[in-house]
Design a protein around this ligand. Structure first.
Ligand code: FAD
Length: 397
């Protein structure tokens, strides 16, 4: 195969980039390790920022989310039975759209392939060569069920877009002395759950409790995502269903409403996530450009990861288009310099919000950190500049 841009990974970053390149008449091939069915059913994110929805609409990628997405304009914090409702939509004039990531991915795949795009599913990339030469070569394996052994294929390209997530191969293809990684591990885990149960309210709930944070995020009318703060070392087996529902009831209880607000339903996914953010402080090397989780991961607090991945691809596509149309590689050469400030601003917001909803006790004084987060919550509900700033950052205006 020969193409202009070889895209590794068919997640939100890779697919948005591929569609934008395709629209601009730049050839690209997407290589994806998993099957189409797998990537189209992998449930993860669900909250799309206002500016990302506008971007997807402007480019004609939003048909599915306009039909089935649900707009959210308020969120709720709970503390000791009290409810603090923040009308961030009213304050910012914008809304989130809730549309599960697997539907976003599925819509983008459908659109790209209907327009003649090539995605090689079940083709894990195993090696990348020539990142400093005229041509880069991507080596992948074909793992089709019809083929008895994995056959190796090569894709020659002008550029490689590394959109293969945090555990992919592209970042690992950069020599270690050409980048540094900045990491924060918070020492907190979240038990991330998906349950077949309608959400108890239409808005997101962040419950601050002495036993730890609990969250409820609607996904579809039948499926809800829940989070429970836990030790990052916990195993799924530490959390039998009975314990899950009992902790959710306790941590999310509201005064005068009893504790039966959470109706137990079938848990369809359960895994422990470690709260951490990691930034690779170069997003490019020779002919390779990283986008999305391949370059940075961010804690799920504030629901920013997929949005940041799409924003990287928007910028990267513009840089490729300028290069191919005008022969001007300045934007490409400044990709890292232009994107990293946005990445850090997003991480700063997520870090601030993480300290609001957890009692993060870095100074060894839990009472002090608890009082600070209560003060933050009061200011947030005051609807002044502080709340306004939260609203704009949270909704992604
Ligand atoms: P990915 O979605 O990880 O896609 C990378 C692709 O590359 C995958 O399909 C993978 O199979 C493929 N790949 C990997 N290695 C290879 C290889 N060697 N060869 C070929 N292909 C390869 N974000 C939000 O914005 N809002 C939320 O509400 C939110 N909630 C989340 C909840 C959970 C439980 C989790 C885990 C994440 C959440 N996120 C959220 C984060 C979000 O899901 C990610 O940031 C997003 O998926 C990043 O997109 P991406 O395209 O960069 O990477």
């Amino acid at each position: 195969f020969r193409t202009q841009v070889g895209v590794v990974g068919a997640g939100p970053a890779g697919l948005v980039l591929a569609l934008l390149l395709q629209q601009a008449g730049i050839s690209c091939i997407v290589l994806e390790r998993h099957t189409r069915e797998y990537v189209e059913t992998r449930a993860r994110a669900g909250f799309l920022e206002h500016r990302i929805v506008e971007f997807l609409r402007r480019n004609g990628f939003a048909k599915g989310l306009d039909l089935h997405g649900v707009q959210h304009t308020t969120c709720e914090f709970r503390l000791e039975g009290r409810q603090y409702i923040v009308p961030y939509g009213e304050m910012s004039g914008c809304a989130h759209t809730v549309y599960p990531q697997q539907f976003v991915v599925s819509d983008l795949i459908e659109l790209f392939m209907t327009r003649g795009g090539t995605i090689l599913f079940s083709h894990p990339v195993v090696k990348i060569e020539g990142l400093k030469d005229d041509k880069a070569v991507i080596h992948c394996q074909s793992q089709s069920l019809l083929e008895h052994s994995a056959a190796e294929k090569q894709v020659e390209c002008d550029f490689v877009a590394g959109c293969d997530g945090f555990h992919g191969i592209t970042r690992a293809s950069i020599p270690s002395d050409h980048f540094s990684t900045v990491t924060r591990q918070y020492g907190i885990g979240w038990l991330a759950l998906l349950a077949e149960v309608p959400a108890s309210t239409e808005r997101v709930i962040y419950a601050l409790h002495e036993s730890g944070f609990a969250g409820q995020m609607p996904r579809t009318p039948q499926v809800t995502r829940y989070y429970l703060e836990c030790s990052p070392l916990d195993k799924q087996s530490d959390w039998p269903e009975e314990r899950i529902w009992s902790e959710l009831r306790k941590r999310m209880a509201v005064d005068g409403q009893g504790d039966d607000e959470q109706i137990p339903g079938k848990i369809i996914e359960r895994r422990v996530l470690e709260m951490r953010s990691v930034v690779t402080e170069t997003m490019q090397y020779g002919k390779l450009f990283l986008a999305g989780d391949a370059a940075h991961i961010i804690t799920p607090v504030g629901a920013k990861g997929m949005n940041l991945a799409i924003a990287d691809s928007e910028f990267l596509a513009e840089a490729f288009i300028t290069y191919y149309r005008e022969g001007d590689g300045t934007q490409l050469s400044k990709y890292t310099e232009m994107r990293l400030p946005h990445v850090w601003q997003t991480i700063e917001f997520s870090d601030w919000m993480l300290r609001l909803i957890h009692n993060l006790d870095e100074s060894g004084n839990r009472t002090f950190s608890d009082r600070l987060r209560r003060a933050r919550l009061e200011r947030l509900c005051g609807q002044g500049d502080y709340a306004q700033s939260f609203a704009v950052n949270y909704v992604g205006k």
